[in-house]
Design a protein around this ligand. Structure first.
Ligand code: SF4
Length: 560
C-alpha cells in the first residue's frame, strides 16, 4: 500500500479527549493566560487544540453521577449562574444491603457515601455544557478526531497522529478517504478517559507505571423514564450484596429531572469466575423485587457501559514526561471509596494547566518543568483526598468480607491498614480455569441467561446497545485487534470458556461455527462496541487491543 501523505498541524498545547479533565485543562490554560495578560506579562500567542473521538462533545461521557462540586466551583466559580446542568440536589441518601429477594437499610449512611446537598448530574450533559464554555473561550474542539498514535522522538512526546477516515474493512482507501493529520505540539495532554489507548502506549513505552498496575471495575447503566418519579426530591440510593455476593461492587439509583431515573451496577473486574457477566449482573439487580417495583410502568430510554479506574494512589502512573502530561481517568484520578472522580478529573486538568503555563513562561516543556504537575498534585486536595484511601480498592481483591476488615483497619489508621502499601494484581490475573471451578457448559449458561430477559424490565445486550445509540461505519478496519485468534478457538475455549462472550457488555464477541475447519471461530461484531475497554483489560491472554475506530463512531450518549 502506498505510504500516506499527511498534513502537519503545529499547535502549542494538544489535549486528547474532551471529557471533564481535558476541557478543564483547556479552559484553565486560557484563564491563566488572560490573568497574565491582565498583569501586563508579555507571553507568546498560544494555540490550544482539543481532540474528541466522539461524534460530538459529551457523546462518549458516562457516569452515575452525584458530583462533588469542588472542582467545577474552582474552575468556574459562577458555574450555576452560567447554566450548569443539575438534575436535582441530593436531599435524601441511603445505603441498602440486598439479599436475593429482600433488603436491609443501613441505620446510617457511611461518611464516604453521604451526598447531601451535592448535585445529581448527567455527565454527558455536564460535558456538553463545559464544551460550550471552552468553545466560547475561543478554543478549538475537533470532534470525530481520535488520537491514533502517540509521536515519540528521542524520548520526547511531540504530538499525535489522528485517525484516518474512509478506509474499507481491508484497510484500502475508499473514495471518501481522508488521511489523519500529524498534530505537532509543544505539550500533549492525555485526557482520554479510562484505559486510554495512547496512555497505555505512553505508560508502556516510556515506563511511567507506578507500584501497582491500574485495576478497574465495570459500570453498566440505564436511564429510565417512569410514570411518576420515585421521590419528589433528589434521592440517592446505593446498595451492596445481591447479585454480586462476595465480589466487590454495588448499585446506584439516583433521581434525575422530571420522571427520569439513573440506575446502574458496578462489578469489580477482579473476579475468578470466567462466566461473570457485568451486564447480566445488572439485569439481575433490576429483577430484584424492590428495584422492579421502583421501575414498574417505566421505560428504559438509555444504556451505556464504562470501565472505571479504581486502583488508587499506588496505581496512578507518572503523569509527566518530556512534552507529556496525563490527567483525569486516564491518569487514574478517582476515589473508589466515594465512587467519585469528576471533581478529581477537573482538578487534575487545572493543575496540568498551571504546569503548562509554567512551561510557556519558561519556554520549556521538558520533564524538568512538566514534573511540577506531580508537585502540584501532592500539594493539592487531590493528594489529601486520595492518600487516606490509598489501600482501599486493593483490599477487596479477595472479596468483600476480607475487604471490610482491611477497610476498618485503614479507617482507624488513616489509610495504612495492615500493610503500608498494599499490592494488587491485574484484573485478568484473578480469572480461574473453567475446569478448576467445575463450571457447566458455557453455551448452556449463555442460553439460559438470554432466556431470562423479558424485554420489559430486563434486556439482552443488543436491545441495550440499541439504546446507547451506538453506530460505526460498517466498512472500516475492525478496531478490536486480536493478535492470535487461534487461541480463541482452542486454548481460551478450553481453559476459560471464551470469557469475552460474558464480559463484553455489548455482545461484540461471538463464537460461531467455523464452516471451513469445523469447531468454532471468533466473530467480532465491532459496530456494537460502546468503547468501555473491558476487553482490553480482561482478555486472559493479552491478545486483544482496543484502538479508536474511525472518528465519530461509538455511542451517542444522551442523559447518561
Ligand atoms: Fe467494551 Fe471491548 Fe465490548 Fe467494545 S468490544 S463494548 S470495548 S468489551
Amino acid at each position: 500500500m502506498p505510504s500516506i501523505e499527511r498534513e502537519t498541524l503545529p499547535v502549542d498545547v494538544l489535549i486528547v479527549g474532551a471529557g471533564p479533565a481535558g476541557l478543564a485543562c483547556a479552559y484553565h490554560v486560557k484563564q491563566l493566560l488572560a490573568r497574565k495578560a491582565a498583569e501586563s506579562q508579555k507571553l507568546p500567542e498560544v494555540e490550544i487544540m482539543v481532540l474528541e473521538k466522539g461524534r460530538e462533545i459529551g457523546a462518549h461521557s458516562l457516569s452515575g453521577a452525584v458530583m462533588d462540586p469542588r472542582g467545577i466551583a474552582e474552575l468556574i466559580p459562577d458555574f450555576l449562574e452560567r447554566g450548569f446542568p443539575v438534575e436535582r440536589y441530593c436531599e435524601n441518601d441511603a445505603v441498602f444491603r440486598l439479599t436475593k429477594t429482600g433488603k436491609f437499610k443501613l441505620p446510617w449512611t457511611p461518611p464516604p457515601l453521604q451526598n447531601h446537598g451535592y448535585p445529581i448530574v448527567s455527565l454527558n450533559r455536564v460535558v456538553k455544557w463545559l464544551g460550550e464554555q471552552v468553545e466560547e473561550a475561543g478554543i478549538i474542539v475537533a470532534a470525530e478526531m481520535p488520537g491514533q498514535e502517540l509521536l515519540i522522538e528521542d524520548h520526547r512526546v511531540t504530538g499525535v497522529v489522528t485517525g484516518d477516515k474512509g478506509l474499507n474493512k481491508n484497510g484500502e482507501r475508499k473514495s471518501n478517504f481522508e488521511p489523519g493529520a500529524i498534530i505537532e505540539a509543544k505539550v500533549t495532554v492525555l485526557a482520554e478517559g479510562t484505559r486510554g489507548s495512547l496512555t497505555k502506549q505512553a505508560v508502556e513505552t516510556l515506563k511511567l507505571g507506578n507500584h501497582n498496575s491500574q485495576t478497574y471495575v465495570l459500570g453498566v447503566k440505564e436511564v429510565w423514564e417512569l410514570p411518576k418519579p420515585i421521590a419528589e426530591n433528589g434521592t440517592v440510593f446505593h446498595s451492596m450484596g445481591y447479585p454480586l455476593g462476595n465480589l466487590f461492587g454495588g448499585s446506584w439509583i439516583y433521581t434525575m429531572r422530571e420522571n427520569l431515573l439513573s440506575l446502574g451496577l458496578v462489578t469489580d473486574l477482579s473476579y475468578e469466575n470466567p462466566y461473570t457477566d457485568p451486564h447480566d449482573n445488572f439485569q439481575k439487580f433490576k429483577a430484584h423485587p424492590w428495584v422492579a417495583s421502583l421501575l414498574e410502568g417505566g421505560k428504559m430510554v438509555g444504556y451505556g457501559a464504562k470501565t472505571i479506574p479504581e486502583g488508587g494512589w499506588y496505581a496512578i502512573p507518572r503523569g509527566y514526561h518530556h512534552g507529556l502530561l496525563i490527567i483525569g481517568d486516564a491518569g487514574g484520578f478517582l476515589n473508589s471509596q466515594r465512587l467519585k472522580g469528576i471533581h478529581l478529573a477537573i482538578k487534575s486538568g487545572m493543575l496540568a494547566a498551571e504546569t503548562i503555563v509554567e512551561g510557556i513562561v519558561r519556554g520549556d516543556f521538558s520533564r524538568d518543568t512538566m514534573c511540577s504537575l506531580q508537585t502540584r498534585v501532592e500539594a493539592s486536595w487531590i493528594q489529601k483526598e486520595l492518600w487516606p484511601v490509598r489501600n482501599f480498592h486493593q483490599s477487596f481483591e479477595k472479596g468483600v468480607r476480607v475487604g471490610m476488615i482491611h477497610a476498618a483497619a485503614q479507617f482507624i489508621s488513616k489509610g495504612r491498614g495492615f500493610k503500608a502499601q498494599m499490592p494488587s494484581r491485574e484484573n485478568h490475573e484473578h480469572m480461574r480455569h473453567v475446569r478448576e471451578l467445575g463450571l457447566p457448559d458455557r453455551d448452556e449458561v449463555l442460553q439460559k441467561r438470554a432466556g431470562e430477559y423479558d424485554g420489559k424490565l430486563t434486556f439482552d445486550k443488543l436491545t441495550d446497545v440499541y439504546n446507547s445509540r451506538t453506530m460505526h461505519e460498517e466498512d472500516q478496519p475492525v478496531h478490536l485487534h486480536v493478535s492470535d485468534p487461534e487461541i480463541c478457538r482452542t486454548r481460551c475455549r478450553e481453559e476459560f470458556g471464551n470469557p469475552c462472550q460474558f464480559f463484553c457488555p455489548a455482545g461484540v464477541y461471538e463464537m460461531v461455527p467455523d464452516e471451513e475447519r469445523g469447531g468454532v471461530k471468533l466473530q467480532i461484531n465491532f459496530s456494537n462496541c460502546v468503547h468501555c475497554k473491558t476487553c482490553d483489560i480482561m482478555d486472559p491472554y493479552k491478545i486483544i487491543t482496543w484502538v479508536p475506530p474511525e472518528g465519530g463512531g461509538g455511542p451517542v450518549y444522551t442523559d447518561l
